[in-house]
Design a protein. Structure first.
Length: 313
């Protein structure tokens, strides 16, 4: 049973919006493209695990992409499986190339690049989750983890004296077998079905989404963005408002709702509140009455009043 399904992470959506909105040939575009590509690769790797999880003999309670607060900081887990006898954290890595894991040095290397040791990362998640469960549910449950490399084009090497490293770090093709072995190890059932549902719901309710401020991260301002309504057909910011619909000046495509995507992008990249004048400028419409009708229909609510009114997107 999936209590928290896997959905496209909002940071991928926000980076995609930013990439489309940046002015042509903007110097920061390659950096945004690289970050988006990295995050999409990670997302693809997580998705690929679902194929293998479908082959488990028993159906656990599953939660994807959990971000919890431990009282001081947030910690995040790719996938969590709840069984009657234990809880399993799956940390997915979609990396290609020759991957070397050095437990003693607490690092992972790919060519000349150095990364955090994924086993240390997963062990930290395990400790934090155990503390969170005890604090929020008063249940002491065994928690284990697997680091799963999902990309077929990777070669794993281990420079470690840890004899169980092969049980902690595996390929996706070995996932089902590794889980079944852990189920054999954790034989004593410590959770009832009701306990598992209570834990699953508590975790899902405690999840807190986070989207970094990419405008700030890339040192961008409002002036770096293209204004206007983007044509869904040709991709140009050339749609013009005419008789309650939008018509593309380049390809003649028409739509009644293309402004909605533009307003979503404004909320993600600029501000979640917008005035009539700001909407006119961003959507490139000259009539405040048209802007009023659009915002009144689209906005969730308003703040302020009179000429100072703003619309919550």
């Amino acid at each position: 049973m999936i209590i928290k399904p896997r959905v496209i992470p909002p940071d991928i959506n926000h980076l995609s919006m930013l990439l489309k909105r940046l002015k042509p040939n903007h110097p920061v575009t390659p950096q945004v493209e690289e970050m988006l590509s990295t995050k999409q690769a990670g997302w693809n790797g997580e998705q690929s695990l679902d194929f293998h999880l479908d082959y488990l003999k028993d159906s656990p309670i599953i939660l994807h992409n959990l971000r919890l607060h431990d009282g001081h900081h947030f910690f995040q887990m790719d996938t969590l499986l709840l069984f009657p006898s234990f809880i399993l954290i799956i940390e997915a890595k979609n990396m290609k190339g020759q991957i070397s894991i050095h437990r003693e040095k607490k690092e992972m290397r790919r060519d000349l690049e150095s990364f955090q040791d994924p086993v240390e990362q997963a062990e930290r998640q395990k400790d934090l989750l155990e503390e969170w469960l005890l604090h929020h549910t008063e249940l002491k449950v065994p928690v284990d983890f697997l680091v799963v490399f999902t990309n077929r084009r990777c070669v794993l090497e281990f420079d470690s004296s840890d004899p169980r490293i092969h049980e902690k770090v595996i390929r996706a093709t070995s996932l089902v077998g590794a889980i079944e072995r852990k189920k054999e190890f954790y034989k004593e059932e410590v959770l009832t079905g009701a306990d598992m549902m209570r834990i699953g719901r508590a975790l899902a309710e405690a999840h807190r989404e986070h989207v970094p401020d990419y405008m700030k991260r890339f040192n961008l301002s409002y002036s770096d963005l293209q204004k206007g309504v983007r044509c869904p057909e040709c991709g140009k910011y050339s749609m013009r408002r005419a008789k309650r619909k939008w018509i593309c000046a380049v390809c003649a495509y028409s739509s009644y709702s293309s402004h909605e995507q533009a307003l979503r992008e404004y909320a993600a990249l600029v501000s979640k509140v917008i005035s009539n004048k700001e909407a006119q400028e961003f959507l490139k419409i000259s009539s405040r009455h048209v802007a009023y009708r659009i915002l009144s229909a689209y906005a969730r609510s308003t703040v302020g009043g009179g000429k100072y009114i703003k619309y919550l997107l």
